[in-house]
Every structure is written in C-alpha cells, then in structure tokens.
Design a binder for this molecule. Structure first.
Ligand code: ATP
Length: 270
C-alpha cells in the first residue's frame, strides 16, 4: 500500500505541491493528469524518494519512503523518468540489465539474465538485444527503458511502478501495449502510477484518476467521476465532448479542433 499524507513542496516561495493526500492499494493503476507544470513529475519524485525535502509523509508498504536504504527501495519501487539520458554506447541488453543492479554485485546471475530476457520479450524489444542503444529511435529507446524498469521488480511479490509519461514517443500499438502490460501487472498485485497526457488512454487503462491543478489535488476518482467536460476545462482550459457508454460507464473524450487566424498573431510589420 502507498500512503501519501498531506505532502507539500516549495521551491523558494512557490508551491510546487500543496497538501496532496491519497492512498493507493495493490491492484490499482492510478493515472495522474494535469496541465504542463501542474506538479505531476514533482509528485512522482517525492513518492519515489528522489526528492527528500518535503512536508508531510509518504509511506510505502508501511515504511516511510525517506528511511528506506537505496537498495531496499530499489526492490520496492521502480521508476521510468520523463527523460532518460544515456550518453555511453551501451547495448540494449546492458541497459535493461541495469534494472537488475540492486540484485547482484559483479556478475549477473542466471536468473537476472532470464528476467532481462523476459522483460525485453514482453516489451517487444528482444530483436534489439545486441543493438547499440544510441542508434535506436526515440520510441525504441523508450521501450528499452520500460523493459529496464520492469526487470527491476519482475521477481518481487509487491512493488510500486512509477511511470512518468511512459508512452511519449511510442506508436499507437506500443502505447496500448505499454499500458496493457502495466494493467496486467496490477492484477498480480503491483501498484502503478502513470503520468499521462492522453486522456483517452487514462480513461481506458486507469482504475483511478488523480487530477492535479497548480500542485493541488483537484479530483480523485474513476474515469466516469473525474473525466467530465467541467473538470477537463478547469484543468486544461480546453473544450471537449465527453461520450459515456451507459452500459459500461466507459468514457471517450473528443477534443474540439482549435482554429487560429494567423493575422491575429503574426508580426504585423512583416
Ligand atoms: N527545482 C525547481 N525550482 C523551481 N521550480 C521548479 C523546480 N522543479 C520544478 N519546478 C516547477 O514546478 C512546476 C511543476 O513541475 P513538474 O515537472 O512537476 O510539472 P509537470 O506537471 O510534470 O509538467 P509537464 O506536464 O510539463 O511535464 C513547473 O512549473 C516547474 O517549472
């Protein structure tokens, strides 16, 4: 279980996160939504233990996240960051093997290599095993990073999977594949928190949605409760049509096209 208890974080005088509380249970997939700069990545960094100086408390499986040892925490939570900077020319298999670093000292065990193989297979990147990571496309790199993140908790009975914009740069097939894998893992008892910008993917895959606005919790509930026209306008300042299937209560959001007149913003002196 994850308990986020009245968490706040400031940068100077500015509040990045303000009094955010929620509880997550095994089996839940929480999508965190919000406009650019709403505080989604900051919240994930607090939960992951990356940001240590904040008000309030985060308890992961009953223990304060700030008192875990690095090694212990690495077995309880895994993180896919928004940006994954790699400058050294690793092979893809070596990148995924990094997920197993908390489990071996010098030489990976047979079981570590097997997990790397399995994680790469589920992420559809087995064919990239011996490729240089730096030669991959953006979407391929993202899928390798996802395999690394999964390999880190693959053999754990309980763990929290934190995904910051996991489907950015992926084609539509792998956007769905990525979230389908996350959802399948929740059925095994894992907890997942995914920052998403695509509202329909959140509606389809998340069991719960947390909307952030200016660092505060705006709404928390299922897609049917949270993804309505009013909330979407309040958070994203955009008009949309929300279609609801009354039998399944599934939600589908259609955005309206934005039309601009170039004369209104082009340099009038040109
Ligand atoms: N160290 C910092 N000092 C000052 N401001 C910061 C710092 N870190 C983040 N911010 C600001 O805090 C706000 C929240 O940042 P955060 O990265 O959490 O947003 P986000 O919701 O993930 O946005 P996006 O959708 O654009 O990724 C932003 O306005 C950002 O500029």
């Amino acid at each position: 279980m994850l308990i986020v208890d009245n968490v706040s974080l400031k940068a100077g005088e500015r509040s990045l996160i303000k009094n955010v509380s929620f509880t997550l249970h095994p089996g839940e997939l929480l999508a965190v939504l919000g406009a650019n700069g709403a505080g989604k990545s900051t919240l994930l960094k607090i939960i992951s233990g990356e940001k240590k100086k904040f008000e309030g408390n985060v308890f992961l499986y009953g223990k304060n996240v700030n008192v875990y040892s690095i090694k212990e925490l690495a077995r309880k939570r895994t993180v896919l960051n928004q940006k994954n900077v790699v400058n050294i020319d690793f092979l893809c298999q070596e990148i995924v093997l990094m997920g197993r670093y908390p489990y071996f000292t010098n030489v990976p065990k047979e079981s570590d290599l097997k997990i790397v193989e399995e994680a790469m297979e589920i992420c559809g990147v087995s064919h990239l095993t011996d490729r240089s990571y730096l030669t991959l496309s953006g979407g391929e790199q993202q899928r390798i990073q996802y395999a690394r993140v999964l390999s880190q908790i693959w053999d754990q009975k309980e763990a929290l999977i934190l995904l910051d914009e996991p489907v950015t740069g992926m084609d539509i097939q792998f956007q769905h594949q990525t979230l389908a894998i996350a959802k399948a893992l929740t059925k095994k008892g894992y907890m997942v928190i995914a920052v998403l910008h695509e509202l329909n993917l959140a509606a389809q895959y998340a069991s719960r949605i947390l909307m952030l606005k200016n660092g505060r919790k705006w709404k928390d509930g299922n897609a049917y409760e949270v993804l309505n026209q009013k909330n979407i306008y309040a958070v994203f300042n955009i008009d949309c049509q929300v279609n609801i299937d009354e039998d399944t209560l599934s939600v589908y959001i259609q955005n309206k096209m934005v039309v601009l007149d170039a004369d209104d913003f082009c340099n009038p002196l040109k």
